[in-house]
Design a protein. Structure first.
Length: 413
């Protein structure tokens, strides 16, 4: 992407941003970029005629937690509705909706639907269907017309796949144009998922911020057909909406820390919490990240000893705050105290972080026997994208700055 084509923060309106993204041919994506269909709803109290408000999907669907046999698909509507997924390998002959306690999920605007029983290494087509609930009285339920998303597809991972690849971004800090700027540098690099390694935002304000600054740019570029991991950074813990943040993503066991196996890699995701003491006045005595990190350390020790991961050739840790090369703030030092001995004991192969806004490749040394990779910051000429691919012979990592220069490479044989 030519630097002169960047959209500046001052000109980062919704229309300009969508225009920017729709022109980018990112990663060979074949996603349809047509707007979703918007249909009139039935207004209450005006004789049942169409209102001027249009019911629509506020976001395209986005994928979370794609495994060999399941995936979770989320989308947001601009009014309360009942939504379902139509899908299948060749035709949309299957339908799934979310239900619990005898209820089908309905009368909500954030829709989270899991598809189960999928076949490994299989491509599925899908679309979201949604109908607004315009009247919800006892024994008197009225729906508006059903609208549909565009058609998308995803491919489940192969069982015992011998390779995996991903793209890692960090520290976007409410600059949504950076997604297209950085992904455009990846050319024909094929990837299975994207890891968002913390601090996509400065702080959490409301749902609109999540849509405009993350969900919409990601679905426009890739997220309707390839999943992403939303790894929480210290800035995702700030603001009045931070306690709703998890609702918009899917996490294994509903925890911000988790691990999984894909290809020859055991992926370990840690939530490093805040960078200052819990007692810092800014937190108002309503946080306890020390305890949260201590809980993760206990979990991590057990997780790295599980037999299901023993045949993985590589152990890759994704965590926002690095345990070294990040100053002596409380968050860094506490992470070092808790996690570093476990990394050393179990021989992790690489730790990938952000947070410092200073990119760098830090090989093993006397302090840490594993490499630490730190992505860049949010400003032009400091932004980076990390490409990682691994097979049974080698794990390769490349870091590219926003001007296209390769600023670091590392490989493990």
């Amino acid at each position: 992407m030519n630097k002169n084509q960047k959209i500046s923060p001052e000109n980062n309106g919704r229309r300009g941003f969508i225009g920017k993204l729709s022109k980018a041919a990112i990663m060979g994506a074949s996603l349809p970029l047509n707007p979703v269909i918007a249909m009139p709803t039935i207004s209450e109290g005006n004789g049942g005629g169409p209102s001027e408000d249009l019911f629509e999907l506020s976001t395209a669907p986005y994928l979370q937690n794609l495994t060999e046999s399941s995936v979770t698909i989320l989308c947001i509507t601009n009014a309360k509705a009942h939504s379902w997924i139509e899908f299948g390998p060749k035709t949309l002959n299957l339908r799934t909706e979310t239900h619990s306690d005898g209820f089908v999920q309905a009368n909500n605007s954030l829709h989270k639907i899991q598809l189960c029983g999928l076949q490994a290494h299989t491509t599925y087509k899908y679309r979201v269907a949604s109908r607004p609930i315009v009247k919800f009285d006892p024994y008197d339920l009225v729906f508006g017309e059903t609208v549909f998303s565009n058609m998308f597809s995803f491919t489940t991972p192969a069982t015992h796949a011998d390779s995996v690849s991903c793209i890692i971004l960090n520290d976007i800090h409410d600059r949504p144009y950076s997604f297209s700027d950085l992904l455009s540098l990846c050319g024909d690099f094929k990837y299975d998922f994207v890891a968002l390694n913390g601090d996509m935002f400065d702080f959490q304000t409301d749902e609109k911020q999540l849509i405009d600054h993350l969900i919409e740019p990601c679905t426009t570029l890739f997220a309707s057909e390839r999943p992403f991991l939303m790894i929480r950074g210290n800035h995702e813990t700030r603001g009045k909406y931070a306690r709703h943040f998890k609702d918009y993503f899917t996490y294994k066991d509903n925890e911000y820390y988790f691990s999984f196996k894909q290809g020859p890699v055991h992926w370990i995701v840690l939530d490093t919490g805040e960078d200052k003491e819990d007692s810092a006045p800014a937190y108002g005595e309503i946080v306890c990240f020390d305890q949260f990190r201590e809980t993760q350390a206990i979990w991590l020790e057990t997780e790295l000893e599980k037999l299901e991961f023993k045949d993985c050739k590589y152990r890759v840790v994704l965590m926002h705050i690095p345990v070294f090369h990040s100053g002596d703030w409380h968050g860094t030092m506490h992470c070092r105290k808790l996690f570093h001995p476990i990394f050393e004991k179990h021989g992790v192969d690489v730790v990938i972080s952000g947070h410092t806004h200073t990119y760098g490749i830090h090989p093993p040394n006397n302090e840490h026997r594993y490499p630490i990779i730190i992505g860049g910051g949010p400003k032009t000429d400091t932004r980076t994208v990390i490409q990682l691919k691994a097979d049974n012979r080698q794990l390769q990592l490349k870091m590219i700055r926003d001007d296209g220069l390769v600023v670091g490479e590392y490989s493990i044989d």
